[in-house]
Design a protein around this ligand. Structure first.
Ligand SMILES: NC(=O)c1ccc[n+]([C@@H]2O[C@H](COP(=O)([O-])OP(=O)(O)OC[C@H]3O[C@@H](n4cnc5c(N)ncnc54)[C@H](OP(=O)(O)O)[C@@H]3O)[C@@H](O)[C@H]2O)c1
Length: 298
């Protein structure tokens, strides 16, 4: 039987990449919504949506993701990243399973080895704290029917992200200072979107569901500086010099983790996933999207 999947926040980066994949999963019927059609902070609307549609899975891509702005916009950030998750969990109870996306910013960044799901969280920003609260609410209200996937450094041809910003700045400027002492793993949103749909397909095939927290990013580790150099190399940007600087010389309103590499062993093992290396995926994303490069979408 066809499975109905409600996608929230579908006009964001991850939502758009899911949309690109719909045709490859004929066993799934997608109901795409964003704030204009389903505002998750409106509890009654969320309930009506889950009552009025036979939904098997919810993929929650909706979030408040403006990390620095969140430091001043605390209430709205919590409304979307925590309270809306509560609305979803309550409305989906006994009806639908939830795949919810969280972030590496729940960690303080002091680890020297990749973060496993069992490491205690200690977010350093309003955004990180609100996402941690969202996780907590979901694990409290729907522990048996929810999968939380923490991801990091997400990019795509859609919306706002580091790759697009660097390509724009690289075309405009002669030099750029980029942080070289924060390490992590970029995540191609297309890879994460595919992993999410493959996880649902795996659950359906095996008639199993392994709830809990999982980590997903692309494989490998880099710094923002080395990431930028690779972006420029692949995008053919030669006239902009990239200077490595410590994070202390590039102050931002929100504190970011110095190290946020995620250990992906659990998600790979549980759902039989293989994860591409970050530089292979970056190449694929930029070359597949040549049309976007030419159209200045990147
Ligand atoms: N971007 C990253 O680097 C990154 C890193 C780690 C984890 N994540 C997580 O990954 C997930 C997907 O991120 P993303 O980059 O795809 O986010 P995004 O591009 O910012 O998309 C989020 C979408 O949610 C929508 N939205 C906001 N408030 C809503 C509401 N009340 N009801 C329904 N929809 C609402 C947004 O609409 P508006 O644009 O109109 O507000 C937007 O379309 C998020 O959970 C995020 O926390 C992201």
């Amino acid at each position: 039987m066809v499975k109905n999947i409600l996608v929230t926040g579908a006009k964001g980066q991850l939502g758009c990449e899911l949309n690109e994949l719909y045709a490859q999963y004929p066993g799934f019927n997608f109901i795409s919504t964003d704030i204009d059609s389903l505002d998750l902070t409106k509890k009654e609307d969320v309930r009506r949506c889950l009552d009025g549609n036979r939904v098997d899975y919810v993929i929650n891509c909706a979030a408040y993701t403006a990390v620095d702005k969140a430091e001043d916009d605390v209430e709205l950030c919590y409304q979307i990243n925590r309270d809306a998750v509560r609305n979803l969990a309550e409305a989906a109870a006994g009806k639908a399973k939830i795949i919810h996306i969280s972030t590496d910013y729940v960690f303080d960044g002091t680890a020297g080895v990749p973060y496993k799901e069992t490491v205690a969280t200690r977010p350093q920003s309003v955004y990180g704290k609100s996402k941690e609260e969202g996780e907590r609410v979901l694990m409290m209200l729907a522990p048996g029917s929810s999968i939380i996937i923490r991801t990091a450094w997400l990019y795509s041809p859609f919306g706002n992200n580091f790759v697009k910003t660097m390509i724009r700045l690289g075309k405009e400027r002669e030099s750029l200072n980029v942080v070289n002492d924060q390490a992590g793993s970029p995540t191609c949103a297309a890879d994460l979107a595919k992993a999410i749909l493959d996880i649902i397909a795996f659950c359906e095939e095996t008639q199993s569901f392994a709830p809990g927290i999982y980590h997903y990013s692309n494989e490998g580790t880099t710094t923002w500086f080395d990431f930028t150099k690779e972006i420029f190399r692949l995008a053919g940007i030669k006239n902009c010099r990239v200077n490595p600087v410590p994070a202390s010389e590039y102050p931002t309103k929100a504190t970011r983790p110095m190290y946020s590499v995620l250990d992906k062993t659990k998600i790979k093992k549980t759902f039989a996933l293989s994860i591409p290396e970050w530089d292979d995926s970056l190449k694929k994303c930029l070359f597949n999207q040549k049309i976007y490069l030419n159209n200045d979408k990147f």
